[in-house]
Design a protein around this ligand. Structure first.
Ligand code: 4AD
Ligand code: MG
Length: 443
């Protein structure tokens, strides 16, 4: 097979030619391995639209320019057949990707059976049943590449900020985010739960490493069927020792700004492909506005919503508030009664906590939850009692307040909600290759 020699991360290596790099090969004969996405034909000429995962390219073949057998084969090629195509690269501004191949040779690796997803509109249930095929659509590919860029940028930012990546367990003996959404599983003679968050373990590793983050799947048996909820989602959770509530928000501002700039800078073609209006993303610059929970209630009441102090902000409330700002907005100082047991009460007003949610603009709502943690033993023990959490299971966690406790803060950023916002998606289901949703675990 034909190879393309280039440098990857400073090392010379041999690679296959990819469509995304055709601009470097104008005038040369190359070999592209991929799938037939679409085809336009007249009696005299075929246009084959190929995809290889990096982009789309058009291969053109006119009758008489190749042998008759190859020309006929091009005409018979079915949607999603896997092929190896040789051709000469030339610039063609009207073609997808800006280049086209003058086809010299075609090898069919497998002639696809009648492909269920036609190039027309389909219903969401049908597409979800065929998610294993739907991900091949150019739009879905672009979203998955943007997701990968978001994750790359997150890690780049945290690594540069001296946060050490630590993996936290997925099988856990106890709850982090409330006992009502736990997935239970057998652990030999015992019970264990799928992790809802790595935070409690991060609170231990900061005493070893200072600043850490975990990045993994989180599981919540939430009976929520909304456009923002998944049963299994991915979360990055930074945690830092000697870090207060304000500093924690500054880290979030920096992280989100870097993520958005990275996608704008490195994934412009994909944003164009999915027709994302980048205007709102270009406005994402620190500082982000901060409003308290009390101010949020005033704003909601002013826009006609009936909400009482102590009520959680629902998705429509968050949509209303985030729609009032042109950049992400922090909502701070929530009532302690509605938040997790570990959140630190505000010393000046103990009925509220030093916790903040970051709401994404354009009505997207919460993408981050975080805040300062209780660092004193008596308070954490009291809060755990109030939440009915068994002392024995959390003994290791309270130890952290016995041996060198320090003020500390952290947060959790949901990847799928961030992807949904950055890509302007209607629903989180498209933000991950295989979403796990209420009543859907296939494919
Ligand atoms: O607000 P949450 O529940 O916070 C925690 O889990 C903390 N332990 C994080 C921390 O401080 N280390 O979840 C954090 C974020 C949410 O803002 C949201 O983006 C995402 O995780 N998230 C979900 N995403 C998709 N589906 C769900 N069911 C989600 N639940 C939370
Ligand atoms: Mg939350």
């Amino acid at each position: 097979m034909e190879k393309d020699e280039r440098e990857v991360a400073g090392v010379r290596c041999v690679e296959q030619t990819r469509i995304r790099r055709l601009n470097e090969r104008v005038g040369e004969e190359v070999e592209i391995r991929g799938w037939l996405y679409n085809k336009r034909s007249s009696g005299k000429i075929h246009f084959l639209i190929l995809r290889d995962g990096s982009g789309l390219a058009q291969a053109v073949v006119a009758r008489g320019r190749v042998d008759e057998e190859t020309f006929d084969l091009c005409g018979r090629l079915s949607q999603e057949s896997s092929v190896i195509v040789r051709g000469v690269v030339r610039e063609e501004p009207r073609a997808p990707g800006g280049h086209e191949l003058e086809l010299k040779d075609l090898r069919v690796v497998q002639m696809a059976e009648d492909y269920p997803i036609k190039l027309k509109e389909h219903g969401v249930d049908f597409l979800m049943d065929n998610r294993h095929l739907w991900i091949r659509a150019p739009r879905q590919g672009a979203i998955l590449r943007i997701r990968a860029e978001i994750i790359r940028a997150i890690r780049e930012y945290l690594d540069a900020g001296d946060f050490v990546h630590v993996d936290t367990p997925l099988l856990t003996p106890a709850a982090c985010e409330g006992t009502t959404t736990l997935f239970e599983t057998n652990y030999f003679e015992d019970k264990a739960y799928l992790a809802q968050s790595g935070q409690l373990y991060n609170e231990a590793t900061i005493a070893a490493l200072g600043r850490v983050y975990c990045f993994g799947p989180a599981f919540r048996a939430e009976k929520s069927k909304t456009r923002r909820h998944l049963i299994e989602f991915w979360m990055v959770e930074p945690e830092a020792a000697f870090c207060d509530f304000e500093e924690n928000m500054a880290i979030q501002e920096g992280l989100i700004t870097h993520v958005v700039r990275s996608v704008l800078g490195n994934r412009k073609a994909d944003l164009d492909l999915i027709e994302r209006d980048t205007g709102p993303l270009e406005k994402v610059e620190p500082p982000f506005p901060r409003i308290t929970y009390d101010e949020a209630l005033d704003r909601l009441r002013n826009s006609g919503r009936d909400i009482r102090w102590g009520d959680d902000l629902g998705a429509p409330d968050e949509t209303e508030i985030s729609g009032q700002f042109d950049r992400p907005v922090f909502v701070t100082h929530f009532p302690a009664v509605m938040k997790a047991f570990y959140m630190k009460p505000d010393p000046g007003r103990p009925e509220v906590v030093l916790g903040a949610d970051l709401l994404a603009p354009e009505g997207y709502g919460e993408i981050i939850g975080g805040g300062e943690r209780i660092d004193d033993l008596a308070t954490i023990e009291r809060r755990m009692k109030e939440h009915g959490l068994p002392e024995e299971t959390y003994r290791w966690y309270t130890d952290l307040r016995r041996y060198g406790s320090a003020p500390h803060s952290g947060f959790g950023l949901g990847i799928e909600r961030t992807v949904a916002w950055v890509c302007g998606l209607e629903h989180v289901r498209e933000s991950i290759a295989f979403p796990r949703m209420l009543y859907r675990v296939y494919p």
